[in-house]
Design a protein around this ligand. Structure first.
Ligand code: PLP
Length: 446
């Protein structure tokens, strides 16, 4: 069977009926860009309830790292489920959680012996990082970056500065948070060029925040995404990361790498920090860690994660079923998929750069491994954001049988399961080429 294979109008009749039921009973706060209703998945292929087959370049928002229902992950889940589903690592011990913590200690980009705290999601991992940073340093302030996304619970939301809709109506935010500009070099906030710049945007922290708002000895942590995800798949230059690490060291501020989206092999290395050769003080992980089972992890050096019993915990955090799924995921990532993400990612990137030559609407192509952003613009000189066009491309891809999501205001993100093959990547490139042609032609007709 060739994939994609679209055999009904979209949405098909069964999908339509389910979407109607959803509208009546499910919170309308979710962002559903198009009507895909999942029935099953295998690898990078997903089938909807009407039997249409799609190539998945969204992976449930960069989650299904080993592909949908990888047999080894499913087997680990089944085996564990037959033994016990839950016991709460908060009050009792079980080996899957201990083994996973040992696994994490071996892979997270942190120097020295590492401990891990277990939660259920990315936002909870970030909450835990905020709490540990404050607890350990006895300082209150946290610095985060514009464009960042760290979650939607009230602590992490105070750091998130991606889109106003995430925050609107939910204030006041947790106090003690300042924001600084991120190194979005395609749209440099200071109009500089990365080749000749030494991450001047970080000067904002020293020249503005430390000068006018707080002194460095009040700052517990700087939280950053090594590659910004929701903000638009933005890859900072090496000098930004180096200067950030030096700045935090100089002032005894903890550097928290939020690898929730960029971690677990997605960028062609286990963690995006590895591309920069940087070690963080705290690392947060979720999304791809357990191939789709809910799990968030916050890791830190043993001497930093030295808070007393009762100070932080979660009933479900590090659930045994999620833990074994994560152990199986890490094994598969190490054996094959980190490498595949690097290879197929490079292949996709070459194809996208070639598309960029032919489609003036592509302003920028960036990313690492299978974490790729394609920024669409109306004009390459003014860089006017092609927001409607980006949305139209996402829909055109859906109609052709490829699931993609937007990122930031006007970028298309490719975040497929890490099992994507080069042949599947070529299909994605062909259908993206068609979609860009269709959307550009529609704009020209206006
Ligand atoms: N941190 C980053 C970098 C993310 O991309 C996300 C989600 O997109 C989160 C945190 C929050 O994760 P969750 O949705 O699991 O709470």
């Amino acid at each position: 069977m060739t994939v994609p294979n679209i055999i009904t109008s979209l949405p098909g009749p069964k999908a339509k009926a389910l979407i109607e039921r959803d509208a009546r009973a499910v919170s309308p706060s979710y962002t559903r860009d198009y009507p895909f209703v999942m029935a099953r998945g295998e690898g990078a292929v997903v089938e909807d309830v009407d039997g249409n087959l799609f190539l998945d370049c969204a992976a449930g928002i960069a989650v299904s790292s080993t592909g949908h229902s990888h047999p080894e992950v499913v087997q680990a889940i089944v085996d564990q489920a037959q033994k016990f589903l839950h016991m709460s690592g908060t009050d009792f011990y079980y080996e899957p959680q201990i083994k996973l913590a040992e696994n994490m200690a071996g892979i997270v980009p942190i120097d020295g012996p590492v401990r891990s705290f277990f939660a259920n999601s990315g936002t909870e991992a970030v909450e835990a990082a905020i709490k540990l940073a404050r607890y350990h340093t006895k300082r209150q302030y946290i610095i985060a970056f514009f464009g960042s996304f760290h979650g939607r619970t009230l602590g992490s939301l105070a750091l998130t500065a991606s889109k106003p809709v995430h925050r609107k109506g939910f204030g006041p935010m947790m106090p003690g948070v300042c924001h600084a500009p991120f190194a979005e070099c395609y749209r440099c906030p200071l109009n500089l060029k990365p080749e000749t710049c030494s991450a001047e945007c970080l000067g904002f922290i020293e020249d503005q925040i430390f000068m006018h708002l707080v002194t460095p000895d009040e700052v517990a942590a700087i939280v950053f995404e090594p590659i910004q995800g929701e903000g638009g798949y933005i890859v900072p230059p090496q000098q930004f990361i180096d200067r950030l690490r030096a700045l935090t060291r100089q002032h005894g501020i903890l550097l928290v790498a939020d690898e929730v989206q960029s971690g677990m092999g997605r960028t062609g290395k286990m963690f995006a920090c590895e591309h920069y050769g940087v070690k963080a003080d705290i690392v947060t992980v979720a999304k791809g860690i357990a191939s789709g089972m809910p799990l968030g992890i916050m890791s830190a050096p043993r001497d930093i994660m030295a808070w007393p019993p009762g100070s932080h915990a979660s009933t479900f955090g590090g659930n045994p079923v999620s833990s074994v799924a994560a152990i199986a995921t890490i094994k598969i990532l190490r054996e094959t998929l980190v490498r595949n993400a690097a290879e197929v990612g490079a292949h996709l990137m070459t194809g996208l750069r070639e598309l960029q030559q032919r489609h003036p609407i592509i302003g920028d192509v960036r990313g690492k491994g299978l974490m790729i952003g394609i920024e669409l613009v109306r004009d390459r000189v003014t860089k006017e954001r092609a927001i409607e066009e980006r949305n139209a491309v996402v829909h055109a891809m859906f109609r052709r049988g490829v699931l993609v999501l937007g990122a930031g205001k006007n970028a298309v993100r490719l975040s497929p399961p890490l099992v994507l093959t080069k042949a599947q990547a070529d299909t994605v490139l062909k259908l993206l080429d068609e979609s860009l042609t269709e959307v550009t032609a529609a704009v020209a007709k206006r």
